[in-house]
Design a protein around this ligand. Structure first.
Ligand code: FAD
Ligand code: NAP
Length: 366
């Protein structure tokens, strides 16, 4: 097992935050993974599982083993008129998988094009965009259970996928390493086109939504994303930094009384708010603080211009949380996972209603 010691992780996270892992290991097979997990356990070291690093905030050095998932392989496992099952290893690049399925004449992933990161991370937060989420396509995941040291398969239902959420953020947090994901796709071209921004994009490209193909939807989504979102290889970021808050109807009505233009979308019997709108209204869009800031086109995306660290970024996030709380009484929750977790607990405000958020200057506590 070739471990790298004191490994710099700046190239392994799309926010380009400087941090080191005490040990780093690139896992290319199940046996590599089993060996690495056992080694960390023998040495009593915490594990950090990393895919593409596009949904993490590295706030400090990692005092344990970082495992980069590099398991590769994808194939069609069954093909019939109802459903085509596609299996992909956790280390496959998500966007490349989307492109490959379309090239194979398979529909279902087109709305999820250009989402950075790996296949294995997709179930963790139930990735979603433009009206489709992984939950709509996931059949099962296979992985290594750290509790009982064996391979297990979980059905999509057992993954408990919800809005940017899954069992892997709760009961199975740090307990299960996903190695293979199975998706149910289709050869009939019936793309999902109800998302308003997607319909507009299709219309702008002269494609009547009713006749849009999966390939046309992919192209439209890709074009909108490229026009709005910073490419992390050009301007470091982790996509949306905050989740869209879900509030009760009663709270939404109160918010509407004060802010009649506030956007809200049905979410079961609750209402989903647009976090970007709240951040923008709180005056943060386009603001810069040292080496970090809020993107000029998309207020939900915090960016790293260079030279800053994870704690500075979390201080900015905490200041935004405080202002949104003060203005709307709504608690913004971080979407990316912060490592080490202890820094997150100190640096950002806890989502408890009725309490004041932490002042941004009092948040860094080594
Ligand atoms: P990482 O950042 O490496 O890891 C994220 C978490 O998953 C970590 O806690 C990690 O431990 C865990 N993890 C990773 N792999 C495994 C595994 N195999 N087994 C167990 N745990 C694992 N997200 C969306 O939902 N929709 C979007 O439209 C979207 N757009 C984005 C746009 C940009 C520009 C960026 C930078 C990010 C965007 N994201 C979006 C967020 C991100 O791309 C996704 O969450 C993606 O799935 C993260 O993949 P990753 O491999 O980079 O995960
Ligand atoms: P947008 O179209 O400007 O819309 C802003 C927000 O409103 C989105 O977050 C979206 O929620 C919500 N929304 C808009 N229309 C909706 C509808 N008809 N029904 C339900 N919710 C609606 O969003 P954007 O920032 O450009 O992003 C476009 C899509 O890409 C969104 O789906 C977004 O989630 C996804 N995206 C995600 C990330 C990430 O890192 N998580 C980064 C970039 C883009 P939803 O987020 O629930 O769709």
């Amino acid at each position: 097992m070739e471990l790298v010691q004191q490994a710099p992780l700046q190239c392994f996270n799309t926010l380009a935050l400087p941090a080191q892992a005490s040990y780093f290991y690139r896992v290319a097979s199940l046996s590599d993974l089993i060996e690495a997990v056992a080694w960390a356990s023998d040495h009593d070291l915490p594990l950090m599982i990393l895919g593409g690093g596009s949904n993490v905030v590295l706030a400090d050095d990692w005092p344990g083993l970082t495992i980069q998932i590099a398991l590769r392989g994808r194939r069609i496992v069954s093909d019939n008129t109802e459903q085509v099952l596609v299996e992909a290893a956790a280390g496959e690049n998500w966007h490349e998988l989307v492109q490959w399925t379309l090239a194979e004449g398979l529909c279902g992933l087109e709305n999820l094009t250009l989402i950075p990161g790996t296949v294995g991370a997709a179930p963790i937060q139930n990735i979603g965009a433009y009206g489709v989420e992984l939950a709509d396509r996931l059949v099962s995941v296979r992985g290594w259970s750290l509790d009982d040291q064996c391979e297990r398969e979980l059905s999509a239902a057992a993954c408990r996928l919800a809005y940017r959420d899954s069992i892997f953020k709760h009961e199975l947090r740090d307990r299960f390493v996903i190695t293979v994901v199975t998706l149910g796709l289709s050869r009939s071209d019936r793309p999902v086109i109800h998302y308003p921004a997607l319909r507009d994009a299709l219309a702008k490209r002269g494609v009547p939504p009713e006749t849009a193909t999966a390939v046309a939807v992919e192209a439209a989504v890709r074009a909108v994303r490229q026009s709005k979102l910073p490419d992390p290889t050009v301007l470091a970021n982790a996509g949306s930094f905050f989740k869209n808050p879900i509030v009760s109807r009663a709270q939404f009505e109160r918010l509407q009384n004060d802010s009649p233009t506030i956007p809200g979308y049905p979410a079961g019997d609750q209402v989903k708010l647009a976090a970007a709108w709240l951040v923008d209204q709180a005056g943060w869009k386009g603001k810069r603080r040292g080496g970090v800031g809020v993107h000029t086109l998309q207020a939900l995306v915090l960016v790293h211009f260079g030279g800053a660290d994870g704690r500075t970024l979390l201080a900015l996030a905490a200041a935004i949380q405080r202002d949104v709380w003060a203005r709307f009484g709504v608690q913004l929750e971080l979407e990316p996972r912060v490592y080490p977790q202890a820094v997150e607990m100190h640096a950002t405000s806890a989502p408890t209603s009725g309490s004041e958020a932490l002042p941004p200057d009092a948040i860094i506590d080594r």
